[in-house]
Design a binder for this molecule. Sequence first.
Ligand code: GH3
Ligand code: MG
Ligand code: MG
Ligand code: MG
Length: 333
Amino acid sequence: MTSASDSSDTAVPPPADNYLSMVLLIDDQVMVCEAVRRALANQSDLDFHYCTEPLDALRVAQEVKPTVILQDLVMPGVDGLDLVRQYRAQEATHTVPVIVLSTKDDPATKSAAFQAGANDYLVKLPDRIELIARIRYHTRAYLDHLQRDQAYRALRESQRELMRANIELERLTRIDGLTGLGNRRYFDEYIAAEWKRALRSGSPISVLMIDVDNFKRYNDAYGHLAGDEVLKQVAHVLKDGVIRSSDLAARFGGEEFVVILNDVTAAGAHQVAERLLREVHALDIQHGTERLTVSIGVATTTPEADGMPDELINAADLALFRAKAAGRDRIVI
Ligand code: GH3
Ligand code: MG
Ligand code: MG
Ligand code: MG
């Protein structure tokens, strides 16, 4: 190191950018290591470690967390270029800059070093001022890269968060806030999709329209908040009562709910309606001198090409109207 030994106690002023270099030298010769140590001494921005056992290089590199690795090529039992390739293959040293430091000065060896993943090449022993300059340059490039990498990851994470929030918002536009059931919008989308599916498969669809009986009177007698609680309880019965994942319970509006049953015949739909009617009874909600009840209108159809889901909904609505007219607390098909 020509200018190294004579000027090693003089600090070369670091650039004003406050990058700290952690230098790790892997070289089997202690003499070389000590010479480089002297060359880098007194630099407030350089921290120096060396390792003369190439078999320990990867482990030491993981511990030291260098910002620059100085790598010898010719070492007993280990090819320096193999080590360079291994730094590149390992997570901890994947992008750490490697300066090859070798006595070899031929273009083929230099070319092979870059091909193996080295970032720079210096012939031993290099000029001290140049070595320091290159170490600083590579440290700055590496730390800038890490910062960009981190900024990039933070950006990606915030994008993912935004996407999650959007998905949640999108989900909430289909949920009824009071009962947690699907809302009218969700119901409309759902029945349109199921209608098409049933059209292809030729299977029947049943719709149950469920309306709380004399609910205006309930609100008047017990208050609107108590009325809200009733709607939640009825919604709970419907949610629990609709077991198959292809079926849907939704709030149609006000105190009116709707259930879609896929691939269920009129007889099957009637059974489900009876069970729901019983379970609302079982809630045992006092309404004046009686229990709170619901009325249910049921309609079933096998979709045809020229039909519309609206006709099925209207049929269920008409059945519900008949159930009300016939005295409430009952099912009409
Ligand atoms: P019927 O047996 O014929 O269905 O009589 P009803 O009183 O239940 O029917 P009507 O349509 O006259 O009244 C429905 C009532 O439902 C009136 C309305 O204030 C109440 N309602 C609608 N939505 C809500 C709600 O979100 N919370 C509460 N507490 N009440 C509601
Ligand atoms: Mg050597
Ligand atoms: Mg009602
Ligand atoms: Mg109503």
